[in-house]
Design a binder for this molecule. Structure first.
Ligand code: UFG
Length: 337
């Protein structure tokens, strides 16, 4: 096979680091660009690492002119719904304007394949569940709006410049790689599963349940969780498709099975053996009640087959990672003492 080079923007983050690992195992050349604003240098699995931002146009030109880049994968975005409601401009600047800089640099250097991390948040409050890709998009928060605007920009660049893109609309990413070397670490942490596991590990006293009056069976929000390794495999299929000159496309990525916040907590109780106290709290601004994917399109068109569909698996792998990460953190503290 011809040697292919992939630029992974945001390859030191949770999903990006899993992607770099899978690409390296697939014998791709990988260049990571990450400004470490939310990523972690020590979680970057290998290949060339460049610390820098998308706003640094000179750096982008250096990267694209230093070697032939066959495709770009873009994971470098802010992704917190509540934060985006409080600070919308931060989201439009980083998620939308910075993506425009990246696409502009690709255009200057004639790089025409792009894989984009989009989100279920583009749909807003669904009128039909499970949600298929042709469901109307009406985001309820600036995060979703910023991602939808990038998708529109990609379609326009396809028409104007022949850019071929695949946009993957992730539902809720969860879990950790089987090796135990990679996992989810955000500072501050706001995501449900890692927060629940922090309670189980004794780092927090309780988990807040944000909203108990949603129109769902138990009153709490329902989400469709997808294992991060299954997400990475979907990117490999998307890359294959673009390298075989397939047309641009948008795909959902989820397991078509929703779990309520209370159900997630119950499964985590079972796996960790901890009682995980939960406190009912106010709803979080911008949260839709139910997000469940119809992922038939990517299964049918690209042959995607998730390996870790059940939530028990995801929480089990996240729990293993959390415990290992705690040990590493303690070791680092011991050495610096
Ligand atoms: N939740 C709680 N308590 C917490 C944290 C979260 O009840 O302490 C609830 C949320 O209100 C939500 C659910 O758990 O109903 C999941 O929340 P997360 O913060 O884990 O994930 P989100 O659904 O907000 O968002 C994630 C990604 C987004 C993506 C979205 C798509 O962060 O990038 O999934 O579904 F757009």
């Amino acid at each position: 096979m011809k040697e292919c080079t992939v630029l992974v923007v945001g390859g030191a983050g949770y999903i990006g680091s899993h992607m770099v690992d899978v690409l390296l195992r697939g014998k791709f050349e990988v260049i990571t660009l990450d400004n470490l604003s939310t990523g972690h240098r020590e979680l970057h699995p290998g290949g060339l690492f460049i610390e820098g931002s998308l706003g640094d146009i000179g750096l982008l030109d250096d990267i694209f002119s230093s070697r032939r880049i066959d495709a770009v994968m873009h994971f470098a975005a802010y992704s917190l719904v509540a934060e985006s409601v409080a600070s919308p401009l931060k989201y439009y600047r980083n998620n939308l304007a910075a993506s425009a800089e990246l696409l502009e640099a690709m255009r200057r250097h004639n790089v025409k394949r792009f894989i984009f991390s989009s989100t279920a948040a583009v749909y807003g409050e669904p009128t039909q569940v499970p949600i298929a890709e042709d469901h109307p998009c009406d985001p309820t928060n600036p995060y979703g709006a910023s991602k939808l605007a990038v998708e529109r920009m990609l379609q326009d660049c396809d028409v104007a410049h022949g850019l071929k893109f695949i946009s993957l609309r992730y539902f809720n990413a969860a879990g950790a790689d089987e090796s135990g070397q990679l996992g989810e670490r955000h500072e501050p942490e706001t995501h449900l599963i890692p927060l629940i596991l922090k309670v189980a590990a004794g780092e927090r006293e309780h988990i807040n349940i944000f909203g108990t009056d949603y129109p769902t069976a138990d009153g709490t929000c329902i989400r469709d969780y997808i294992h991060v390794s299954d997400l990475a495999q979907a990117h490999m299929l998307a890359l294959d498709a673009l390298l075989s000159d397939k047309d641009s496309a948008i795909y959902n990525l989820g397991n078509s099975r929703g779990y309520s916040v209370r159900e997630v907590i119950d499964i985590a109780r079972h796996i960790t053996g901890h009682r995980i106290p939960a406190v009912e709290s106010k709803p979080r601004p911008g949260d839709p009640a139910v997000l469940v994917a119809d992922s038939a399109k990517i299964r049918n068109e690209l042959g995607w087959q998730p390996k870790f569909e059940n939530l028990e698996n995801m929480i089990q792998s996240a729990w293993r990672w959390h415990q290992l990460d705690q040990v590493k953190g303690a070791d680092a503290t011991d050495k610096s003492a």
